[in-house]
Design a protein around this ligand. Structure first.
Ligand SMILES: *Cc1c(COP(=O)(O)O)cnc(C)c1O
Length: 396
């Protein structure tokens, strides 16, 4: 058996392979420099251009770009009217931001367990959590796999709930042959560097609802509008007024130009991700100690991340040792995510362990492998080689 790097053997590769990374080329750089040389660094024409590109791509009527995916979720919760006393059902297997957005508005996140196969919110478990205080739900397209939106919509309609889809992983993913981004009331995407496209930091909400769109446009810029309908002869053309409490959540023109340039390449990014996932799935088929991702028929994932699950019953060690051994081989592994309510902050709010057992079991056994469009064939082979080497060693 090959000596593991963690035990002093030679690592599979000499340089560390990150788990995710942006793809920025000369086109992107040129687009950004052009803005820097122009008149508007922010609140200029590039924002609308980027919003239009995203809306068109996902098939939504409107898009509102903001400074991060988290800001987008906050904006969506505010537009949904979430306030103190309201409950919002959130997937338990997600980044903390999905639930934090509810807290920003004074609402109460209620965590629903995941389906053990897809790792997405289980619609039946979600329905069980609905009370007279429930106002909205935040399903997450975890890893890029779309949630079963028709089923979620059926339940939401029955109980008059607003759906805010956290599609931070799912730009380019499809549900029943249609792009994710136009089926929920509001859909959030993130443009953090590891996400499907990047603006460094940035996010967007897409929607088909004009009233929500208008609320969000005001929210991202202090709640201030030109308020032309309220103009009286006492006011001049300079006049604008704050009608609600908003924030400065604007995305800059510099970032928007980067985003528009990135959008022109999204399909090639996604197809690169899908190619790598195919190689992973093929290579790990014969390794019974690991469970590769399951994809539901209705989903065509864009693969933001590739999450494997180790089967502890077939191994002499736990996920932790496997993780550390892979790191020593210079493979940038990661874990997505700690069930949100396990964070100390949430624990202090009163959430207890055990409320979402499927999410907790997944957390104990999951490992995210590197996946990004500019990974080479050699990089992919290194990951496969390292996983096989480590599993071989710790096989029972
Ligand atoms: C990345 C991400 C967000 C938003 O993150 P930002 O870094 O604020 O853009 C929200 N939800 C999920 C599930 C994410 O992965």
């Amino acid at each position: 058996m090959e000596k593991l790097a963690i035990n002093g053997g030679n690592p599979i590769r000499d340089t560390y392979l990150a788990y995710g990374k942006q793809s920025v080329n000369e086109d992107d750089i040129k687009a950004v420099v052009e803005v820097l040389k122009g008149d508007y660094l922010t609140t200029g024409p590039y924002i609308k251009e980027f919003e239009d590109a995203v809306a068109k791509y996902v098939g939504a009527k409107y898009a509102v770009a903001v400074s991060s995916g988290t800001a987008a979720l906050h904006m969506a919760c505010a537009a949904a009217g979430i306030e103190s006393g309201d409950e919002v059902i959130v997937s338990s297997m997600t980044f903390a931001a999905s639930a934090n957005a509810v807290l920003y508005c004074g609402g109460t996140p209620v965590f629903a367990d995941i389906d053990p196969l897809t790792y997405n919110i289980d619609p039946a478990k979600m329905e069980e959590k609905i009370t007279s205080r429930t106002k909205a739900i935040i399903p997450v397209d975890f890893t890029g796999q779309s949630v079963d939106m028709d089923e979620i919509k059926r339940i939401a309609d029955k109980h008059h709930l607003i759906i805010i889809e956290d599609a931070a992983h799912a730009l380019g993913s499809e549900y029943k042959g249609r792009k994710v981004g136009s089926q929920a009331d509001m859909v959030e995407f993130s443009f953090h560097p590891v996400k499907p496209i990047t603006t460094a930091e940035g996010g967007v909400i897409t929607t088909n609802n004009k009233a929500l769109y208008e609320k969000m446009m005001t929210f991202r810029t202090h709640g201030i509008t030109k308020a032309r309908e309220r103009l009286t002869e006492n006011h001049g053309p300079w006049y604008h007024e704050q009608q609600s409490l908003g924030y400065n959540y604007r995305l800059t023109d510099i970032q928007s130009a980067l985003g528009t340039s990135q959008m022109s390449k999204i399909d090639s990014f996604i197809s690169k991700r899908r190619e790598i996932v195919k190689l992973y799935n093929e290579a790990f088929k014969s390794v019974s100690e690991i469970i590769t991702p399951y994809e539901a028929d209705f989903s065509n994932s864009g693969w933001h991340i590739y999450v494997i699950k180790v089967n502890p019953e077939l191994l002499t060690v736990t996920r932790k040792e496997i993780f550390q051994a892979l790191q020593a081989e210079n493979i940038g592994v990661n874990v997505h995510y700690l069930p949100v309510y396990w964070h100390p902050y949430y624990k202090e709010l009163g959430y207890e362990k055990g409320i979402c057992p499927n999410a907790e079991t997944l957390y104990e056994n999951m490992i995210t492998l590197p996946l990004f469009p500019s990974m080479t064939k050699e990089d992919t082979e290194d990951v496969i080689g390292a996983v096989k080497k480590v599993i071989n060693y710790y096989r029972k």
